[in-house]
Design a protein around this ligand. Sequence first.
Ligand code: GRF
Length: 222
Amino acid sequence: MVTPMSRRRVAVLISGRGSNMAALVEAAQAPDYPAEIALVVSNRAAAAGLKIAAAAGIATSVIDHSRYGTDREAFERDVQEVLDARGVELVCLAGFMRLLTPWFLGRWEGRLINIHPSLLPAFTGLDTHARALEAGVRIHGASVHFVTSELDGGPIIAQAAVPVLDTDTPDTLAARVLAAEHRIYPLALKLVAEGRVRIVEGRCFIDGAVAEGMLTVPSQIA
Ligand code: GRF
């Protein structure tokens, strides 16, 4: 049973729109969800997601990376300070546009997850939707994975597939994938918060059945 005491304290790191963060916040409003969003951190003061978080009554913090020049670790030490101050146990990256150093990655190993808009290991990096169209794939999607030093390369927790239509543009495809992202990120965080995900030799193994929420449904093919 989930009690307020047993909920994992989560920080979401954002840089912009914050729709995945909002999906996590919404999921965490359910009394039986095993995590609570304790803090939202943005490296950009103008991130629209900050307003969404504040409106939901969630503590926010802006740590502007540009003030640190090339010293990435100094930026991360200040991020770490706010995470510690809020007793954060798990970190979700959601459109957070900074590369993290080994210092930060080491501290959060196995407790730091990210959402990426492709079916990894295909299309790591940026512009995934345009590149999927260019490659002519018929299936595209999203992945939630643990963060390691390899860009978009850590163990995969959850994935959702969507069809690619002949009429798609990068924007229409992005919108279809985004809806899938909003389904699987809360699911993946739930699994991690419940301690149901084990990493063995770079691969995730999950206790219990988890197919629900990760399938392409016909209503999406519209
Ligand atoms: C999402 O597509 C996510 O997969 C990628 O960046 C985008 C962030 O969107 N990493 P939002 O800020 O969550 O709306």
